[in-house]
Design a protein around this ligand. Structure first.
Ligand code: SAM
Length: 275
């Protein structure tokens, strides 16, 4: 007997605000699949209406992931092609997806990612904080012990840290961060791709003051722990010190500011020494 050809699971990124941020390939896939599995079908329906796509939808969210995985697998194994979308951005990134993807791997069902918007990547690339190495921690846990452990991880990490946060929890999170990080540089990226998109840059204390009652969706980008490097700055010549920051992609003005801070000099003194 001829074996039934299995369907494919497409993991389709959708916009994180601006509806124009969807790729041509994503639109084609949404048009061509048999079924769309969506975190919130009403939410996805708005996007599909905007794109003038009519397609059957099935809900697939955190609380029904296990059961719905069974339903989706049955359809995939019978040959249906399915697109998985979340409410915003890339499925699986702080969004459902993992369970059905793992099951597909077990059952030899092909998985095809369709790249697109992701809040953390866009916040990171616009932050000005090092993109060389980074750790994405999603939302900080609310459980006290787990939260403390994550905060410790952030404190010692030399890599840039990326966090998602809800507006009503922001002040609390910034207070916790301030307690362990002192006044480390952070960037708050808010309402990315939307009308009120903004980047609030500064140290934690600045951000705390500037973000009281702040609304909207937000990402926090936290500079990695630079302490060890700073201790050895005294051993560097001024030029080496300059190159150290230049390699991180910083602008001249910012470099002079950082050198002044590292060496306990005024910016003017640093300029004078360069001259
Ligand atoms: N899957 C999504 C992605 O690819 O980024 C993330 C989904 S997660 C449930 C939602 C969180 O992502 C929000 O609380 C916020 O931290 C972040 N986020 C989503 N859209 C955003 C936007 N337009 N601007 C800033 N942050 C956003």
């Amino acid at each position: 007997m001829e074996e039934v050809k299995k369907g494919k699971l497409y993991i389709v990124a959708t916009p994180i605000g601006n509806l124009e941020d969807i790729t041509l390939r994503a639109i084609q896939v949404l048009k061509n699949v048999d079924l769309i599995a969506a975190e919130d079908t009403r939410h996805t329906l708005k996007l599909l209406n905007h794109l003038e796509i009519t397609k059957p939808l099935i809900s697939y969210h955190r609380h029904n992931e296990e059961i719905k995985t069974e339903v989706l697998m049955e359809k995939l194994l019978k040959g249906q092609n399915i697109a998985l979308v979340s409410d915003a951005g890339t499925p699986g990134i702080c969004d459902p997806g993992e369970v059905v993807i793992q099951k597909c791997i077990k059952e030899n069902v092909e998985i095809i990612p369709i790249p697109g918007a992701c809040a953390m990547i866009n916040a990171l690339i616009s932050s000005g904080i090092s993109t060389k190495e980074f750790t994405f921690l999603g939302f900080l846990p609310l459980n006290k012990k787990a939260r403390k452990e994550k905060l410790k991880e952030i404190e010692i990490s030399k890599k840039t840290i990326i966090l998602y946060e809800a507006p009503h929890k922001l002040t609390n999170t910034l207070e916790d961060l301030k307690d362990i990080l002192g006044n480390r540089s952070i960037v708050l990226a808010r309402e990315l791709t939307k009308i009120h998109e903004e980047f609030i840059r500064g140290n934690i204390q600045d951000i705390l003051v500037k973000t009281e009652n702040l609304k909207g969706e937000m990402v926090l980008i936290i500079e990695g722990n630079q302490e060890e490097e700073k201790k050895s700055f005294e051993d560097l010549t001024l030029e080496e010190h300059y190159q150290f920051y230049e390699k991180q992609g910083l602008e001249k003005k910012e470099i002079i500011k950082k050198i002044a801070k590292d060496r306990g000099l005024s910016k003017n003194e640093v300029y004078q020494q360069f001259l």
